[in-house]
Design a protein around this ligand. Structure first.
Ligand code: AMP
Length: 426
């Protein structure tokens, strides 16, 4: 394959039958999230850059290193969305949310991050996510995590590990940051450059550095929740108690912070052993976001799961993609005169026989060449007509599996196929 036809690094083309797996995943997500009273929203793939910078925080890896930002012809700075929450919150704010009113929504779609491509890490990837905006209840957090767990069960992704923690409230941060500074300062010289910078810019992020040496140091850092105020600890305890009461399996990860600055209170992540080095399947948490131009922050809870990784995790559990044929019925037209009747027959079949794929050959090639094409498409039935069949008003029906052939009056064709539908297309 020449490089001119290959997709860019970190992106890929997706063909059937994989496309059918994606559709199945989306259908299951819609079905489950609807059961919880969430409605689907579709927001633009690009937004004003400030939508992301303001809500994700400018000290985050995503904003600092990974955004696809460009200037459009009108001189505006725009960014391909690196995640779903900021755009959804903008959309909810644009619609207006009255005091005390909630929005519960879910979304699917491509996200873009300029990361170094690796197995399970792409530059265009896809997420399915939810946001419940306009609430400040710990029970909402518990329901959201339970919904994610329900969704994973429904799509057959078992064996994931749910880890939760609290990022606390802004008023908890000074004492946590001070304790982290006390712990990290003596270790800093042995840590990566990013962490040395984070020591003064965003010390919490030292806890989730990907560098193995930094991770080793971070593992000994103090337990965050124990440093937080009574209200925060009570909020977190409610989330944990509710999850226990719902029977959701999770563990508390005392140093989990997640990468984005907008989080408050509950943060969570699901890892899966089938994913290899990039083992994060989904992540989320409670957030408070101030949008550009807005006076008050919007609070909500949400999560996003990587769709490629959901499919990888499912495949690691032995779930195979079922191959499907391009066509069930091939229409073969021999000679110029048969082509238009072939086109009409194909339309009639599609109007009558739902669920079957019908492909007509308009090339006027030889019978042999058209049969070869029909075979390649996986068709189980070929309907053949040339001048003779048209004159006699019959269709030659060939069972592609047994090679048996029968001449059927055109008027009886639909009934003939219908009678054999289960055996022919089993
Ligand atoms: P994040 O917002 O980074 O926590 O992303 C949520 C989920 O999206 C992760 O748990 C992954 O499953 C998926 N994800 C994030 N970044 C990538 C990427 N570059 N390639 C593939 N999947 C990703």
């Amino acid at each position: 394959m020449s490089s001119a036809t290959e997709p860019l690094p970190g992106t890929s083309d997706c063909w059937e039958p994989e496309v059918l797996d994606w559709i199945e995943l989306e259908t299951a997500a819609r079905e489950i999230f609807h059961r919880y009273g969430y409605a689907e929203v579709r927001t633009p793939i690009f937004e004003r850059t400030e939508v992301f910078v303001r809500s994700l925080g400018d000290e985050t890896d995503v904003v600092q290193k990974e955004m696809y930002t460009f200037t459009d012809r009108g001189g505006r700075s725009l960014t391909l969305r690196p995640e779903g929450t900021a755009g959804v919150i903008r959309a909810v704010a644009d619609r207006g949310l009255e005091q005390g009113e909630e929005a519960r929504v879910f979304y699917f779609g491509p996200m873009f991050r300029g990361e170094r491509p690796a197995a399970g890490r792409r530059r265009q990837f896809h997420q399915v996510g939810v946001e419940a905006v306009g609430n400040d209840s710990p029970w909402m957090d518990a329901e959201c995590i339970a919904m994610l767990s329900h969704f994973l069960d429904q799509i057959g992704v078992t064996g994931g590990k749910i880890k939760i923690n609290s990022r606390g409230l802004p008023e908890d941060r000074p004492q946590v940051s001070a304790a982290l500074a006390e712990y990290f300062t003596p270790h800093a010289p042995g840590m990566c450059e990013d962490c040395q910078r984070r020591l003064t810019t965003n010390i919490w992020r030292m806890l989730d550095c990907k560098n193995p040496a930094c991770q080793e140091v971070a593992a000994g850092a103090p337990d965050l929740v124990s440093l937080m105020g009574d209200d925060t600890r009570a909020f977190f305890a409610r989330v944990c108690q509710s999850l226990d009461s719902l029977g959701v399996d999770y563990e508390v990860a005392p140093r989990l912070v997640r990468g984005l600055d907008y989080y408050i209170h509950t943060v969570f992540e699901i890892t899966h052993p089938g994913l290899g080095a990039q083992d994060a399947l989904a992540g989320g948490g409670r957030y408070r976001i101030v949008l550009p131009g807005a006076k008050k922050p919007v609070e909500g809870i949400g999560f996003a799961a990587g769709m490629e990784r959901l499919l990888l995790a499912r495949a690691s559990l032995g779930r195979q993609t079922t191959a499907v044929a391009e066509a069930d019925i091939a229409i073969i037209s021999l000679g110029e005169n048969a082509i238009l009747p072939g086109l009409r027959l194909a339309q009639e079949l599609r109007a009558t026989l739902s669920g079957l794929r019908v492909k007509a050959d308009f090339t006027g090639r030889s019978l042999k060449a058209q049969m070869r094409g029909a075979n390649r498409s996986g068709a189980r039935l070929a309907l053949i007509r040339g001048d003779n069949e048209l004159a006699e008003n019959v269709v030659l029906c060939r069972d592609m599996t047994t090679s048996e052939q029968q001449s059927v009056p055109a008027a009886d064709l639909m009934a003939w196929i219908d009678e054999r539908r289960t055996t022919l297309f089993a």
